[in-house]
Design a protein around this ligand. Structure first.
Ligand SMILES: Cc1ncc(COP(=O)(O)O)c(C=O)c1O
Length: 475
């Protein structure tokens, strides 16, 4: 396929683009319980208008587009204030949680190199911390030292973190909350441990920053996680999650300019213009900035409080309803509106497929000793009107799943073990694809068996397989 020889009409192009979406899940119905944060049509209209107003402005250069600088400073200040930072707290808007986390890790790496002479940096994080930290480690040459989570609370195990600190340690990570179970780590203890050892402490509030801060304002019991906690040196908070803005907006906040200095990159070593980048990207649309700024002003604190109350109540009803079902159980005590569900009596990967058939997206999560496979649920404002429908469909989904041929992980594991023992490594991927029913570059319809295979494979092999699969998929 090449670029079309002749240009097409705008109407035809838009029609084709709309048609391309036909196999996407209809998130507008509030049934995609992950990936989506939507707070209603009116806000979405404003977001679109604000985004397109700044679509072509290039936030790369604040001297040419001072409006982008102003928007970014104001968004950073508003989020710093929400997280109770003082006037010393500074921040930048990045394209998402992953980029904010990469910037926090880069800051720690370069701070530790400059201030403490550390050349082989290590960061210590719980197994429940987001994959973005592993990605940052991979890109930035920082060693991730992963410690187990507490098996009863799913919180980071601070004793294990303490034991993992070596002279090369630069950064301790806390999640507020972790994505998988929606549970906030003991941030005050982790931050105090960091301070005790002269380390930086990043709080990943990418998903929780907005929701938890407004829950606290509303009087819900919320664990301490923000800049009022001594020892916290940076926080990431995503406006494109529970800030309900367009995708492409997160904020990385630092306790001070002295720390943020290590985030910024400059380059005069080429024949071209001076590059000075506080974030990873150079050229970037002003759209996400304008949309984020707009939505913060549209809702205001009162609007967010209303949304947060409704979402919190909806999530609590969903969790209570699930815990009343004999076959399902919410894991731990989630702190906000995201949570995980497991079962003793059925395969949750099959349940996720059955629910998909009913129009609901629930996200499979793999086992992580002592955790068994489970499914993750993110409740956002568009889910609020559908709580009863969800609980009804889930009860029906459980009954239907129990009628299916059971998918026994132990059987899958013995099949895989047999395959791995009998095959030369170069044939492993093709045979695993065949076993899982994956063909070439197709997207799978049913995922339960594929997830079961991935769940029992050794993790490095499963990761390699997924890389190969995506290498084929994007051809
Ligand atoms: C706790 C947490 N951290 C980081 C991220 C990564 O954010 P993004 O997908 O915007 O890069 C997520 C995404 O869900 C998250 O939940």
């Amino acid at each position: 396929m090449g670029i079309p020889q002749h240009g097409q009409s705008a109407a035809d192009i838009l029609q084709t683009l709309a048609a391309y979406k036909q196999h996407d899940m209809a998130w507008q119905d509030g049934r995609v319980l992950g990936y989506i944060y939507s707070a209603g049509k009116e806000a979405e209209e404003l977001i679109k208008q604000a985004f397109t107003l700044y679509l072509s402005e290039n936030a790369l250069d604040p001297t040419t587009f001072p409006s982008a600088l102003q928007l970014e400073k104001e968004i950073a200040r508003m989020t710093a204030d929400l997280l109770r930072g003082d006037e010393q707290v500074v921040g930048n808007v990045s394209t998402g949680g992953t980029e904010s986390i990469m910037l926090a890790v880069k800051t720690a790496r370069d701070w530790a190199r400059a201030e403490r002479g550390i050349e082989r940096p290590e960061m210590i994080l719980s197994q429940t911390a987001h994959a973005a930290f592993h990605k940052a480690a991979h890109y930035l040459g920082v060693k991730p030292v992963v410690v187990p989570f507490h098996p009863d609370t799913y919180q980071a195990d601070v004793t294990a973190m303490r034991a993992a600190i070596t002279p090369n340690a630069i950064l301790l990570v806390a999640s507020a909350p972790n994505y998988s179970h929606g549970i906030v780590d003991p941030v005050p203890q982790i931050a105090a441990l960091a301070a005790e050892h002269n380390l930086l402490c990043h709080v990943d509030a990418c998903i929780g920053g907005f929701q938890l801060a407004f829950m606290r304002q509303l009087g819900y019991a919320v664990p301490d996680f923000d800049f009022t906690v001594p020892g916290v040196t940076s926080i990431s908070i995503d406006v494109h999650k529970y800030g309900y803005s367009a995708k492409g907006a997160s904020v990385i906040l630092h306790r001070s300019k002295e720390l943020r200095r290590y985030q910024i990159f400059s380059c005069l070593s080429t024949t071209a213009y001076a590059i000075i980048n506080p974030t990873v990207l150079s050229t970037k649309s002003g759209g996400p900035l304008a949309a984020a700024w707009a939505v913060l002003h549209y809702f205001g604190q009162e609007g967010y409080q209303r949304i947060v109350r409704e979402v919190t109540e909806a999530a609590q009803r969903m969790m209570a309803g699930i815990n009343q079902m004999a076959d399902l159980r919410v894991l731990g005590r989630p702190d906000m509106c995201i949570f995980a569900v497991e079962s003793d009596t059925l395969n949750v990967f099959q349940l996720a497929d059955v629910m998909r058939g009913k129009g609901w997206y629930l996200q499979p999560q793999f086992s992580a000793d002592p955790l068994r496979p489970n499914i993750h649920i993110t409740v956002n404002h568009s889910t609020v009107p559908h709580v009863d429908a969800f609980l009804q469909d889930l009860a029906a989904g459980v009954a239907e799943t129990k009628q299916l041929e059971p998918l026994d992980m132990a059987v899958v594991k013995s099949q895989i073990d047999g395959l791995l023992a009998s095959l030369p490594p170069e044939e492993t991927a093709a045979s695993l694809y065949a076993l899982a029913g994956i063909t070439g570059s197709e997207l799978p319809e049913e995922t339960a068996f594929i997830n079961a295979v991935l769940n029992v494979l050794p993790k490095p092999l499963a990761e390699k397989l997924l890389r190969e699969y995506f290498n084929d998929l994007y051809v």
